[in-house]
Design a protein around this ligand. Structure first.
Ligand code: HEC
Ligand code: HEC
Length: 310
């Protein structure tokens, strides 16, 4: 028995540690922690060059990468809608509704994992999936290179993007990744406020920021320059079978309605209502914070200040 005690103590310690690590960190990030824009990391095998970005941009907009030549990445990730499509869930092959909301792509190069369930580790890993997904662009893998080779413009683009390398799926994935790393937000009102221009936020939005980083505890998960910790959390949605979802970035969020992985929350006001009044309390879920009507409006005003003017 005595010999088992240290083992038992160790096990109890591990369980305690596991419990405290479950759910969001206890303290919201302070306002100044949102000031510094990190540099976008690039994997060793895919250093960005202007030629790679140019090739990636051409591929991103090319409907020939879909089986019926009607759909490109930009059909769903529309640049003038902050790279979303404005619908609750994406429309895939033949216009059929898919299960997930199209996320915006601003600052996606900062994400440490991709997809709402965090299941893709990198932009290079992610890039070919929608092309071959039978419900999305539905291209047969054997058709990919013939579709590229049939377009004379690509020969020069590939040659300058990947000198000495034959065009292939890996180069396509790396070019798409390099292009997406250039999709970054410009300066938003919140950035000018953080830099010391106190007129950049309305008093209402500034009070919203104080709530966000204080009593409303939003900044426990929406932390860092992109307003995401890139971890999976349960925010107490009652209407979803998989409640642990990777925290989305909130930059440009005023332009990316409707919201959440299933697109079921139509407006920012309704999102804030969810956190205050709609969330179910369960183990591991973020605690709800009761907010007055004025406080809700302050949070919405703050969220709107995260859109860049550029
Ligand atoms: C039919 C609409 C559609 C098309 C076409 C499409 N996407 Fe997406 N994209 C989505 C949806 C929906 C998701 C979320 C899927 C999920 O998380 O399960 C997504 C997720 C992503 C993500 C992850 C974003 C994040 O926040 O984790 C990236 C990156 C991305 N797409 C890039 C691309 C690229 C590159 C292409 C073209 C090769 C493309 N998409 C084509 C709808 C589309
Ligand atoms: C426990 C971590 C956590 C906390 C605390 C939290 N969020 Fe979230 N937030 C998330 C996750 C995870 C999602 C995605 C959930 C989903 O798609 O079902 C999300 C989604 C959102 C969205 C929708 C973004 C989009 O692109 O669809 C907004 C807006 C938002 N949160 C704002 C807030 C505000 C405001 C607060 C404070 C009142 C807050 N969040 C508190 C983790 C959190």
């Amino acid at each position: 028995m005595t010999r088992l005690r240290p083992v038992l103590a160790l096990m109890l310690g591990l369980i305690a540690a596991a419990c405290t690590n479950y759910g969001p960190p206890s303290q919201p990030a302070p306002p100044e922690s949102f000031r510094e824009r990190p540099t976008t990391p690039e994997p060793a095998g895919n250093r960005s060059t202007p030629a790679r970005v140019a090739l990636g941009k051409a591929l991103f907009h090319d409907p020939n990468l879909s089986a019926d030549r009607t759909m490109s990445c930009a059909s769903c990730h529309q640049p003038d809608r902050a790279f979303t499509d404005g619908t609750p869930t994406a429309r895939g092959k033949d216009g059929r509704a898919l299960t997930h909301n199209t996320p915006g792509l601003h600052n996606i190069g900062l994400a440490t994992n991709l997809f709402w369930d965090g299941s893709s580790p990198s932009l290079e890993d992610q890039a070919l999936r929608p092309i071959f997904n039978p419900q999305e662009m539905a291209l047969a893998p054997a058709d990919l290179m013939p579709r590229i080779e049939a377009q004379p413009r690509y020969a020069a683009l590939f040659a300058s993007a990947f000198p000495g390398e034959a065009p292939g799926p890996s180069a396509i994935a790396r070019a798409l990744a390099a292009y997406q790393r250039t999709i970054v937000s410009g300066e938003a009102p919140v950035d000018r406020w953080l830099a010391g221009d106190r007129a950049a936020l309305t008093p209402e939005a500034a009070r919203g920021f104080a709530l966000f980083t204080g009593r409303a505890r939003c900044a426990t998960c929406h932390a860092g320059w992109a307003f995401s910790d890139w971890k999976r959390h349960d925010i107490g949605r009652a209407d979803t079978p998989n409640p642990r979802v990777r925290t989305p970035s909130l930059r440009e969020v005023g332009r990316t309605a409707p919201y959440m992985h299933d697109g079921r929350i139509p407006t920012l006001a309704a999102v804030v209502d969810h956190y205050s009044d709609g969330a179910v309390q369960r183990r591991g879920a973020a605690p709800t914070v009761a907010l007055s009507a004025a406080e809700k409006a302050e949070l919405v005003a703050f969220l709107r200040s995260l859109a860049s003017e550029g």
